[in-house]
Design a protein around this ligand. Structure first.
Ligand code: KIV
Length: 268
């Protein structure tokens, strides 16, 4: 039985100081959260990738607070030892500081230990206020999916000198505002290295190369639990979709051929 993972423990996990890299994996329901927790991941992220991975949307913008509360509650019911971080969905922290704090609190009441939100210097008031309510905040910079329309698509960020400088300034600013870790998504490895060396809290990369203090991937991508093209940075360790289709086809044949159910699978 392992110990519960806490925010202060994660905050101190800098590889440069000899710490083990952080492993964060998404989950959206009770069984997937149980599997992630059994794998000894440090953090379970109920990401708003929920919208794309589970609910079938093209991006994360359709995900609501109600969706997040529903899925955070389901993940919490798995009773994980991993730290449970919940994404604040688009428009839940963009209208007013007061609304942002109340929305963060709703995610904590649903079972999260901390919230994650996207953005840099434009989000400092919100980060301060949520921290003031004793709610730990994880930052998210680079290819922030909620900015898909502003970016004109899911495009690698911080490739030019000016945007790289801006990324570094954003990272330093949100750290000053009190985030306990920063997700770096869809940026060149060198830019991630620069940020990781400059800030005092851990970076957790996705499509950000090997120099971060940890890595995060989506549950369905890791297990090959979806069909279609995957981004370059995804490594699938299983082929759930293919083996699942094959297994379900066997069930179908058994039903058609009268091989299922057998006596032993029936009640007397
Ligand atoms: O929504 C999500 O799953 C995320 C991670 C991929 C970082 O934000």
């Amino acid at each position: 039985m392992r110990d519960t993972v806490t925010v202060p423990e994660v905050r101190g996990r800098k590889r440069a100081q000899g710490a083990q890299p952080i492993v964060m994996i998404t989950a959206y329901d009770t069984p997937s959260a149980k599997i992630v927790d059994e794998s000894l991941a440090d953090i379970i992220l109920v990401g708003d990738s929920l919208g794309m991975v589970v609910l079938g949307y093209d991006n994360t913008l359709a995900v609501t607070m109600e969706d997040m509360i529903h899925h955070v509650s389901a993940v919490k019911r798995s009773d994980p030892k991993a730290l449970l971080v919940a994404d604040m969905p688009w428009m839940s922290y963009h209208v007013s500081v007061r609304e942002s704090v109340l929305n963060a609190a709703s995610l904590i009441r649903a079972g999260a230990n901390a919230v994650k939100l996207e953005g840099g210097q434009n989000r400092l008031d919100v980060i301060h206020a949520i921290n003031d309510a004793e709610i730990p905040v994880m930052g998210h910079l680079g290819l922030t999916p909620q900015s898909v329309n502003a970016f004109g698509g899911f495009k690698v960020q911080a490739r030019e000198e000016a945007t790289r400088k801006r990324l570094l300034e954003d990272a330093l600013a949100i750290c000053e505002a009190g985030v306990f870790a920063v997700v770096l998504e869809g940026i060149p490895s060198e830019a991630a290295k620069e940020v990781t060396e400059a800030i005092g809290v851990p970076t957790i990369g996705i499509g950000a190369g090997p120099n971060c203090d940890g890595q995060v991937l989506v549950f369905h991508d890791l297990l090959g639990y979806s069909l279609g093209r995957k981004p370059k940075f995804v490594r699938s360790y299983e082929t759930f979709a293919e083996s699942g289709i094959a297994a379900l086809a066997l069930f179908r044949e058994d039903v058609i051929e009268g091989r299922y159910p057998k006596e032993a699978e029936s009640y007397k």
